[in-house]
Write a protein that binds this ligand. Structure first.
Ligand code: G3P
Ligand code: MG
Length: 241
């Protein structure tokens, strides 16, 4: 079972910061998930549209200048990193799931991924683009059919995983609270991987292992890895394995 560090190893360091990324790398997570919003011509790694929960700032990220954002404390003296900074830090050592939060993030995400493949030792295969905004996923499918897509859902759809297959997704990324065995089996029958968020409880890990899900998003990747017996590999972890 693949262990994906959720917002970096966000149980151990402020979420979506370089410190959380470092902790995820130290935990030897197979992949790291980060959330991105756009500010000007940059993708910034942050989960919330509003700044007050995770930083000492206020207001909306999309209405705050880059200069102001760079001055904020995102916890323990960490800054809000750009996606490019995160990828430079990871340097191809594990897979990356970029979750698109803002509806203006897609084009820049494609550009940053290409840049990281050219300059930071990644291959395109190592990226999974996901979003709750399925219009963005459909656009990405048209523009960049080479990029893997994770179709996020926070519900249990009537047609189970059909929506993800229609999007041409690689995986269904579903909420542990609305995941059942029927959804997992349906997704697998459609050729989709199943990644479940956010899974930190031992009983949930056991249940999902029995259902044979392909991966879990964990705030404590090291602990999750120990519980699942997930093997560490020095080699790059590619989503396809
Ligand atoms: O991508 C999995 C998970 O991160 C989706 O929910 O709100 O934590 O971004 P959220
Ligand atoms: Mg996320």
């Amino acid at each position: 079972m693949k262990i994906i560090a959720h917002r970096g190893a966000s149980g151990l360091a402020p979420e979506n910061t370089l410190k959380a990324v470092d902790q995820a790398l130290k935990s030897e997570a197979c992949a790291i998930e980060v959330d991105v919003y756009r500010s000007g011509d940059r993708l910034m790694v942050i989960h919330d549209r509003w700044l007050h929960r995770r930083t000492n700032g206020t207001g909306q990220i999309t209405r705050t200048s880059l200069q102001q954002l760079e001055a904020l404390d995102a916890g323990e003296g960490e800054k809000i990193p750009s996606l490019r900074q995160v990828l430079e830090r990871v340097a191809g050592r594990c897979d990356i799931n970029v979750e698109l939060k803002g509806d203006d993030t897609l084009e820049l995400a494609h550009q940053v991924i290409d840049y990281a493949c050219e300059h930071y030792g990644f291959s395109t295969d190592q990226f999974l683009l996901s979003s709750f905004n399925h219009h963005l996923l459909a656009q990405s499918r048209q523009l960049r059919p080479d990029l893997k897509l994770g179709a996020l859902t926070a519900c249990l759809p009537v047609d189970l995983a059909a929506f993800a297959q229609q999007l041409g997704a690689y995986s269904i990324n579903c909420d542990v609270d609305f995941t059942n065995q029927a959804l997992v089996e349906d997704a697998h029958q459609r050729g989709l991987k199943v990644f479940v968020y956010t899974v930190d409880e031992e009983e949930d890990i056991e249940m999902l292992s029995q259902w044979k899900v392909d991966g879990i998003f964990s705030n404590f990747p090291c602990r999750a890895r120990a519980k699942t017996g997930s093997k560490v590999s020095a080699a790059k972890q590619v989503w396809a394995d």
